[in-house]
Design a protein around this ligand. Structure first.
Ligand code: PHE
Length: 333
C-alpha cells in the first residue's frame, strides 16, 4: 500500500510539474500569451484562436491525466502503459446457415464432389430454358422469380442453383461431379416456412452408366453422415422438369426415431430434398450425348436442413440478424 501511495504521489507531482512547465507563471503557453501583445493587429484574431485552442487542449490533457491517475492509483503509468493488456475483442460466430452449408459441402467433398459456383443474377436460359422448362410452360409457376429485364432471354434472379449445373455442363469436361451452394430467390409470400430469399446446395453427377441406384446410395450416405448412422431414407415419386424420374427424399425423424412426433407431424419422416435422373433433354440441350451419358441431380434448402438440425420453428429468424438468436448456436470460430 505504501508503495502505491508513493507512486501516486510521484505521478501527481509529475503532472503538476507538467502543468507548471506549460501554464505556470513562466510556463511555455503563458509566455506565448505574453508574446501575443507584440503580434500585428491583423494577425491577432487568427493567432488568438490558435493560442486559446492550445490552452484549452493543454488543460484538458492535464485534467485527463489526473483523472486516469485517480482511477488507477498506483499503476506504474497512465493511459500510455504499453504493457497493459489490450481491450477484450469479442469473437464473432458463424451464421447457422454457413455452418450447415459447410457441413453439407464437406460430406459431399468426401464423396469426390467438387465445388462449383455461379452468378445470382442469371438469364432465363440458365435458370429455365436449358433445364427443360419451355417458355410459358406451367412448370414455371413452381418457381416464379424477380425479373430484371423482359424480352427473349430475360435477366432474373436465379430460383435454384441448378443454373450453376448448366454452366458446369457448358464448360466442364465429363465426367462431372459437382456441388453448387448459393443464395436463391423466389416470388413467395414471406412466412415461417417460406421466404423470398433462401440458400441451397445442389449436386450433379454425370458419367457413363450412372444409375438411379447410385443416386439412392449417394443420398443414403449423405443422410447418414448428416443426421446419424441410424437414419433411413424414403423416396417418394415427384416431378421436376429437369429430372426423369424424380423423387422427394425423406429421412426418418431422428427426434422420435420414426415413432411420430410434432416435428415430423406424426409421420416419422422429414422431407429434405428433391432429386432425380437428369432428363435426356437437359443433357442434349447442354451438348452432352444422352445415348452415352446419364446422370443424377439433387437439391436441398439449407434453411430447411438447419431447421431440422436445430429445431428452428421459423425460417425468418435466419435473416433478421437478431444477436439473441444467433448466439443460440455454438458456432464460435
Ligand atoms: N432445383 C430443384 C429446386 O430448386 C431441386 C432439385 C435439384 C430437384 C435437382 C431435383 C434435382 O426445387
Amino acid at each position: 500500500m505504501a508503495e502505491i501511495a508513493e507512486l501516486t504521489a510521484q505521478k501527481e507531482s509529475e503532472i503538476e510539474e507538467l502543468r507548471i512547465r506549460l501554464m505556470g507563471k513562466k510556463g511555455e503557453i503563458t509566455q506565448l500569451f505574453d508574446d501575443f501583445r507584440n503580434v500585428l493587429p491583423e494577425q491577432k484574431r487568427e493567432l488568438g484562436q490558435v493560442l486559446n485552442t492550445l490552452k484549452v487542449a493543454a488543460s484538458q490533457k492535464i485534467d485527463e491525466l489526473r483523472e486516469v491517475l485517480e482511477q488507477n492509483p498506483g499503476e506504474s503509468s497512465s493511459a500510455y502503459d504499453l504493457t497493459k493488456p489490450g481491450d477484450l475483442v469479442e469473437l464473432g460466430g458463424r451464421h447457422p446457415i454457413s455452418v450447415t452449408r459447410d457441413e453439407i459441402l464437406s460430406i459431399f467433398n468426401k464423396f469426390g464432389y467438387v465445388l462449383a459456383e455461379g452468378p445470382e443474377i442469371e438469364d432465363d436460359w440458365h435458370v429455365f430454358g436449358a433445364l427443360n422448362f419451355p417458355p410459358e410452360h406451367p412448370a414455371r409457376d413452381m418457381q416464379d422469380t424477380f425479373f430484371i429485364t423482359s424480352g427473349d432471354n430475360p435477366v432474373l434472379l436465379r430460383t435454384h442453383t441448378s443454373s450453376v449445373q448448366v454452366r458446369a455442363m457448358e464448360k466442364m469436361k465429363l465426367p462431372i461431379r459437382i456441388v453448387c451452394p448459393g443464395r436463391v430467390f423466389r416470388n413467395e409470400a414471406i412466412s415461417a416456412r417460406a421466404h423470398c430469399i433462401f440458400h441451397q446446395v445442389e449436386g450433379l453427377y454425370i458419367d457413363k452408366k450412372v444409375s438411379f441406384a447410385d443416386l439412392k446410395q449417394a443420398v443414403l450416405l449423405f443422410a447418414r453422415e448428416m443426421f446419424g448412422e441410424e437414419t433411413q431414407i424414403r423416396l417418394r415419386p415427384s416431378y421436376f422438369p429437369f429430372t426423369e424420374p424424380s423423387a422427394e427424399v425423406d429421412v426418418s425423424c431422428n427426434i422420435c426415431k420414426g415413432k411420430g412426433c410434432n416435428i415430423c407431424k406424426g409421420t416419422g419422416w422429414l422431407e429434405i430434398m428433391g432429386c432425380g435422373m437428369v432428363d435426356p433433354n437437359v443433357l442434349e440441350a447442354n451438348g452432352i450425348d444422352s445415348t452415352q451419358y446419364t446422370g443424377f441431380a439433387f437439391g436441398m434448402g439449407i434453411e430447411r436442413i438447419a431447421m431440422l438440425k436445430w429445431q428452428v420453428k421459423d425460417l425468418r429468424h435466419y435473416f433478421e440478424n437478431d444477436i439473441r438468436f444467433l448466439k443460440e448456436f455454438d458456432t464460435v470460430i
